[in-house]
Each structure stands twice: as C-alpha cells, then as structure tokens.
Ligand binder design. Structure first.
Ligand code: SF4
Length: 451
C-alpha cells in the first residue's frame, strides 16, 4: 500500500482540534503518515462542523476546490466529525467525497480508507459509547511547533437538546471519559512539554463517571466522580500545568466547581458561560433550562467566590419570535454583567434541529444584523472597560509565541484568558513571565517585563 499520506483540516470549534489529534493518533498507529502539504497528500480529511452555517459554507467551498485536485490526481477525501444530513446528501451524488465518518467511529477510519480505495463509498452511523479513553493525543497541526497548549475531551455528546443546536444529533448522547485515563493523559502531556490543557465537553459541568464492576454494574461502595472532583484531582496531579475548561452550561454549573477553581492556583480564572439571550421568553423557546434571574445569580456567585474571574459569553441575535423588548433584555443583561469578551452570531436555522422543524425563523435578516451589530459594539465597549481594570497590575503570562504584529514582542495569555503582548527580552516560548500591564486595546493587554 503506497497511498498513505494524510492531511487533516479543521472547520469549527476546539472540540474538532482535539478530535483531529485523536484521528492523527489512530492513523499514525495504523501505519499512515501525517502530511503538512495538501497538494502532495493521498488522503484528505475534512473535520466538519455543522453548528454554524458559516463553517458548512466554508467546507462546501473547500470541496469545490478539491474537485479540481481530484481531477488531476487520484486522492481520497473523507468528511469526518460533525456534519449534517444536508452536507452528506449534497456531496453523496457528486462523487467528490469517498467516505463520511461520524465522531464516534474514528477508530474505523483506516478501514474506511482501504475500502474507499477499492471503490466503495462509506458512511458511519452515530454510536453512543465511545470516549477514546485509551488514545494518546498526537498534535495534528504540524505547523504548530510550540506544543505548549492543547485540548483534551472529557465528555462527548450532549443531552441538553437546546432547540437551535445540532450537536445532540451529530455527536449523540452525552458520556464521560474515565477520570483515571484523563489524569494519565494530562501527566503524559505535561511530561511531553505541554504547559496548559483545556478540558473540553459540550457541557463539562455535567461530567459524571461511576466505576463499574465486571458485570458493568455500579461498584460497592460507590465511586462517583463529578466535574468538581475531576478538576480537583487534575489540579493536584499536574500542579505545574495550567488548566482551563470549556464549555459550561449555566444550568449545570455548581458552587463546588467554583470553590475548586478558587482553591487551586493552576486552574485558570476564566469561565465561558454562554447565555444566548437575556430574555426569559427566548431562553424558554431555546430550551435553555435557566432563567435570566438564575443566570445573574450564578454570575454573582462566580464573582463572590472568584473575584478575579473573567467571564465570556455566546449570544445569538434574532432567534425565532425575538422582538425588540427581548433584544433589549439581552442588552440590559450585557450592561449588568459587562463581560470580558464574547462570541456573537445572528440566528440561522440548522436543518434537523427542533427550531428548524417547529419554530418560524421570523425575524427579518436586516433586523437580525442590526441587533447583532448593536451587541458587538456594546461588547467592544465592555471589553475595553474590563481590560482597563488590568492597568498597572503585575500578571502571570504563559508565553505561547511571537506576536504576529511585531516580532520583537512575545504573545501569551494571563489566567483570565486575555491576550498579553510584551517586549522580548530573555525567556522562551513555554515560560511563565511576570508582566506589568501598561496599556490596552479592547482585545489585547500591552505590558513590559516585571523584574
Ligand atoms: S448545551 Fe445546548 S447548545 Fe450546547 S451542545 Fe448541548 S444542545 Fe448544543
């Protein structure tokens, strides 16, 4: 078998980066070679994301380009990960894609490649028990030589059924990975030089694992590990590794988790807490299972227990039935919290979701865009306001690389996940530097080394 070079490309979120590392590990262990040159590769894997329309659009555009490459030479193309039926149906007849692999079937990719080389087109189905607990991650991005920060999935799938979201259909039911395999992997990554790990899950706060006996029944006495316990264990086992996690669902976040974050210096003081909307009517239509009041109370608890904690958000503008009053509820909530930063989108229905099937996408496009613009502008003001709180402070920054704008500056992040740039003097990528913040924009803190 000669055709064994594979190239892997990500569309979408952090979860995809972690999945690409899992796939790379599986393929390398099966005698394939990772290539960094798409044109020279035999097998091209596109790790898809169907959460937002934009990622699907970019994937379609990429496949149009690959059509030409496929005409020039024999290559095999696989769409893997989180893809919708629409994408599958769109490409199935065009004969560009040779195989489609869902997130729980990555172990089968080598077989799918061999079969497609024999001229068969393959599709995997959704399974509900895979956690890839025994796979050691291998960095899939050959260009990323820094190897300082990485991602590790602790849960897969989601049980929440938010009405706008495709994840429960593409990634299946939620399951949690064995905590001891997570700790082992964290230690291995630390020994390999990683300095920061982000624990990933669609909803990390609902992580729960129970030890079972040989008959797959709960052990007696019971051994149950919830997210707060997992965080506590990891923080103790890799005390010099920075730990982050994402994403938290406000419905599931507990005070125990907040206390563990506050207890350990190596757990970063940042929580990504998607609110999606500030209106109770819209939250109910989205099936988000919390109210605006409960969300605000949670934010207060975060600030009480971890005063220095930064908070970021996801907000969707123009969801079904959103009127001006609902939009103003979102604006007021943002004004009350003044988030550090956020990810903002206008609503686009995703085929297969409850909202797509049952609710009317009835907010005109220009209104969605205007509301989104208002939200983005407000967030920029709030980000600048929050950044100014850092002026004059001495911050601990993990150096991740050289600043793209000025190669005389280091680029890194502080515990609040805010970008800090400062003049290179000594030190190296992967070192912790103490930096005095002397200036700021709405997106970047500017500092000087503190001696
Ligand atoms: S919590 Fe909601 S938005 Fe997040 S992945 Fe699950 S269903 Fe989707």
């Amino acid at each position: 078998m000669k055709n064994k070079n594979f190239y892997i490309e990500n569309y979408g979120c952090q979860m995809n980066i972690s999945d690409s590392d899992i796939i790379t590990s599986i393929l390398l262990n099966n005698g394939f070679f990772l290539s960094k040159n798409l044109e020279k590769s035999d097998i091209i894997l596109l790790n898809a994301c169907s959460i937002r329309e934009k990622a699907e659009f970019t994937l379609k555009k990429r496949l149009e380009q690959l059509k030409f490459l496929k005409k020039k030479k024999r290559i095999w193309i696989g769409i893997i990960g989180c893809f919708s039926k629409t994408i599958k149906n769109f490409f199935i007849h065009q004969k560009i894609v040779d195989f489609f692999v869902k997130p729980d079937s990555y172990r089968e990719i080598p077989n799918f490649i061999y079969s497609s080389m024999e001229g068969k087109q393959y599709f995997s189905t959704v399974k509900n028990n895979e956690t890839y607990a025994d796979i050691s991650l291998i960095n899939s991005n050959k260009q990323n030589h820094n190897k300082i920060t990485t991602f590790l999935s602790i849960t897969r799938g989601c049980n929440n059924m938010c009405t706008f979201c495709i994840v429960p259909f593409t990634r299946g039911r939620e399951r949690s990975r064995d905590p001891y395999s997570i700790i082992k992997e964290c230690k291995r990554l630390y020994q390999n030089g990683y300095k920061e790990i982000t624990l990933l899950g669609q909803n990390v706060d609902s992580y729960v694992w129970e030890e079972k006996n040989e008959e797959n029944k709960p052990k007696k006495p019971k051994n149950i590990v919830e997210f707060s316990k997992l965080l506590d264990l990891i923080a103790q086992e890799v005390p010099f590794m920075r730990i982050r996690f994402s994403t938290s669902n406000p419905h599931d976040m507990s005070n125990e988790v907040l206390k563990v974050i506050s207890k350990h210096e190596n757990i970063c003081k940042h929580i990504h807490l998607p609110v999606q909307s500030g209106s109770n009517k819209i939250l109910k239509l989205m099936n988000r299972k919390y109210t605006r009041e409960k969300y605000l109370l949670l934010v207060k608890q975060i600030k009480d227990i971890i005063p220095e904690c930064s908070i970021s958000h996801d907000i969707i503008s123009g969801f079904c039935n959103e009127n001006e009053e609902d939009h103003q509820d979102t604006i007021n909530l943002m004004n009350e919290i003044k988030y550090n930063y956020g990810y903002m989108f206008s609503y686009s229905p995703r085929p297969g979701t409850y909202a797509y099937r049952k609710l009317k996408d009835n907010v005109p496009e220009h209104i969605k865009k205007n509301r989104l613009r208002e939200i983005i502008d407000l967030q920029r003001n709030h980000s600048f306001y929050r950044m100014q709180e850092h002026l004059g402070k001495i911050e601990e920054v993990l150096i991740e690389g050289v600043s793209k704008k000025n190669n005389q500056y280091w680029y890194g992040r502080n515990t609040q996940n805010l970008v800090v740039v400062f003049p290179k003097e000594s030190l190296n990528i992967g070192d912790i530097s103490y930096v005095k913040i002397i200036d700021t924009t709405s997106a970047t803190l500017i500092g000087k080394p503190y001696k």
